[in-house]
Design a protein around this ligand. Structure first.
Ligand SMILES: Cc1cc2nc3c(=O)[nH]c(=O)nc-3n(C[C@H](O)[C@H](O)[C@H](O)COP(=O)(O)OP(=O)(O)OC[C@H]3O[C@@H](n4cnc5c(N)ncnc54)[C@H](O)[C@@H]3O)c2cc1C
Length: 472
């Protein structure tokens, strides 16, 4: 179904359904969704291996839980301890759908009690430091935990405070929003709800005849789900466009292009052109916010050419805004960053120093990584963590058996870009280029209504009932 007819359908049923249901229904294509579902085959159960050793998994988010499930299913009588402060488990990709009125806040809340079985020792604390030379870590409580094998799955931390003039508490006030805002330790995700309120306030302003300027930022650090800043940009623009409410949208990114793959970049540029009043400022990194005066300061680096040649210049650019959607700078959590486990230099500096194929630490052979914390040259997504899990688990077991590590990660990552309601560009790729999971949809840059249905309705139950249980 094309977008227009899907929209007509959703508007037609809007009288009977809530606005949220109508937003969800845009792009419905059950046949294609069924095809997709059938194309995803659960991993076959494998025979248990009788290996000995205490495995400690650090972190109870997507990667930590998947690592636990895969290891537990592969080892007979496993000795696994998981250190995870959070009982609440957030389905983080759903934050974008909350922010754009498709999901409600409760839709993304899950419970780690449902994922962590009784035969796994669960310590509800977090690591303060890791002493990899002595195979132990220290918890916030002061307790020391020794391990034979360590799986690091601590994800990412946000740094709103690295932007001068801004505190986390400012988000939700004075036209500021951020879909990322959450406290993973406590299991709270305010970012989605605050951004939905923010979009409604923007809508009300335009309806009142104002011409607000909305700026959407992307920082210079690696971020989880690199597509999320643009998902927010396009869905917010489409939300207003459908209501005939035109406004000024500026995307400011520290990067030099919209995406890392040429044909996807072209499609995103086409998307931007379809929104009147939308523009992008490349190489603009948000460094300061004057919250009271609504001014955003950017560090801008550019090439200057004159009769003397070309040189790199930099300057501070100040933009007024009415609404500012902030994607914070991100880093590994302190316990990992301050340990001996991280890259000391290069572009992955501070991230876990694992081999990009085996996910084994490059110096500590009893340490493995999974998920966003890994210092490898590929995206930080839940989709990557799902592909890491079986590879990491099999390689860890091989290490326990003192055998060669045979499993190799191919760099798979996925970015479900949302150019408008009802369509998704499912950009799946790896170290060697595009990796479409539906073989007959080779061109990963094509926006498809079926991927919207898959993402809105099917991915969350698959995450909850299959991926978190090591069945996919
Ligand atoms: C807005 C948004 C949209 C996204 N959209 C998508 C998408 O569409 N597709 C996709 O594939 N991915 C998406 N992602 C990314 C995806 O959620 C992450 O890549 C995934 O959760 C990574 O798993 P992880 O285990 O590495 O980190 P997390 O799931 O973040 O888990 C890390 C865990 O470690 C814990 N922890 C931290 N420090 C310590 C410590 N010192 N000791 C013990 N535990 C600790 C934290 O409490 C947390 O529970 C999105 C994320 C966001 C925020």
């Amino acid at each position: 179904m094309d977008k227009e007819s899907s929209l007509n359908k959703s508007l037609h049923v809007q009288n009977k359904l809530s606005r949220r249901d109508a937003l969800k229904l845009m792009g419905i294509s059950p046949i294609a969704a069924t095809v997709i579902a059938n194309s995803v085959t659960p991993i076959e159960a494998e025979a248990s291996t009788n290996v000995k050793g205490k495995i400690v998994i650090l972190g109870g988010g997507a990667g930590g839980i998947m690592a636990m499930a895969h290891l537990r299913s592969k080892i007979s009588n496993p000795d696994i301890t998981i250190i995870a402060p959070n009982e609440i488990h957030l389905y983080q990709p759903g934050q974008v759908f909350i922010a754009t009125g498709v999901y409600e806040a409760d839709d993304i809340i899950m419970n780690n009690n449902d994922f962590i079985p009784d035969d796994i020792k669960w310590i509800k604390d977090e690591a303060k430091s890791i002493d990899a030379d002595n195979n132990k870590l220290t918890l916030r409580s002061g307790e020391e935990i020794a391990y034979d094998y360590l799986v690091v799955a601590t994800g990412i931390q946000y740094h709103y405070e690295w932007i001068k003039g801004l505190t986390k508490e400012d988000i939700g006030t004075n036209g500021l929003s951020s879909v990322y805002l959450s406290d993973l330790e406590k299991g709270t995700a305010q970012g989605g709800t605050l951004s939905w309120k923010w979009l409604n306030a923007l809508e009300a302003d335009v309806q009142a005849g104002k011409k607000p300027r909305a700026i959407f930022t992307q920082p210079s650090t690696p971020i989880k789900c690199g597509g999320a800043p643009q998902k927010m940009l396009y869905l917010c623009a489409d939300y207003l466009k459908e209501r005939q409410l035109h406004t000024e949208f500026i995307f400011t990114t520290a990067g030099a292009s919209l995406f890392s793959l040429g044909n996807v970049t072209k499609e995103l540029q086409k998307t931007q052109n379809s929104y009147e009043g939308m523009s992008t400022k490349f190489k603009h990194n948000l460094i300061e916010v004057n919250v009271a005066d609504k001014k955003a300061h950017f560090h801008y680096i550019y090439e200057h050419t004159d009769e003397w040649g070309t040189e790199s210049r930099e300057e501070e650019v100040i933009l007024d805004y009415d609404y500012l959607h902030i994607v914070p700078p991100m880093s590994p959590v302190d316990a990992v960053r301050d340990s001996t486990l991280v890259w000391k230099e290069g572009r992955a500096k501070g991230w876990l120093e694992v081999d990009k194929f085996t996910l084994q630490h490059r110096h500590y052979q009893n340490v493995f990584g999974i998920g966003d914390v890994c210092g490898i040259p590929m995206g930080k997504t839940g989709g990557s963590a799902r592909h890491h899990a079986p590879i990491m688990a099999k390689n860890l077991i091989s290490a326990m058996q003192k055998k060669e590590l045979k499993e190799k990660f191919d760099g798979y990552t996925v970015c479900p870009l949302k150019p408008r309601y009802g369509e998704i560009i499912m950009a799946e790729f790896g170290y060697d280029g595009p990796m479409p999971s539906v073989p007959f949809w080779k061109d990963i840059s094509v926006p498809r209504a079926s991927w919207w249905i898959f993402d809105v309705y099917m991915l969350k139950p698959m995450y909850q009932h299959l991926m978190m249980r090591g069945l996919m």
